[in-house]
Design a protein around this ligand. Structure first.
Ligand code: ZN
Length: 157
């Protein structure tokens, strides 16, 4: 049986109700099931839904972007940091041989140190997704071999 491609609209909120991301007013998102294109806690709900279905999906942190890893926080002496004008919120590509998540976000700049956090910005957060399925269809052979969805909301190439 071929895999499914599911196209859906979503609004992502955190536990305090703040909207973090939404596809409203944009193209819906399309994903290929079973390849980790979207977070596991959301995928397992979406694959059971059909076109037109709406649902509020609560995804605990462990099934979203994972729990926060204190070991992913690194301090660098400011005078050894290659970018003297660094500010909080900037992101840098880390050394891929050292970190499993290679994007580091500057979380703090002190008089002497730059503190970088390799955790995903949403690590440790329980998330709520209000979703609406636009379409479900069988994946094409190309999509299965590429490992992602094509067409509207998917990869355009
Ligand atoms: Zn492709």
């Amino acid at each position: 049986m071929s895999k499914k491609v599911i196209t859906f609209h979503y609004t992502l909120t955190n536990t305090t109700g703040e909207v973090l991301d939404s596809s409203n007013g944009q193209e819906p998102l399309a994903f290929l099931e079973g390849v980790g294109q979207i977070i596991p806690g959301l995928e397992k709900e979406l694959i059971q839904m059909g076109a037109g279905d709406k649902k509020e999906v609560h995804v605990p942190a462990a099934e979203a972007y994972g729990t926060r890893n204190p070991d992913a926080i690194v301090e660098v002496e400011k005078d050894k940091f290659p970018f003297p004008d660094v500010t909080v919120g900037q992101m840098f590509q880390g050394d891929e041989s050292e970190a499993d998540n290679s994007v580091l976000t500057v979380s703090e700049v002190t008089e002497t140190h730059v503190i970088l956090d390799g955790n995903h910005p949403l690590a440790g957060e329980d998330l709520n997704f209000a979703v609406e399925i636009v379409e479900t269809r069988a994946a094409t052979a190309d999509e299965e071999s590429h490992g992602h969805a094509h067409g509207e909301g998917g990869h355009q190439h």
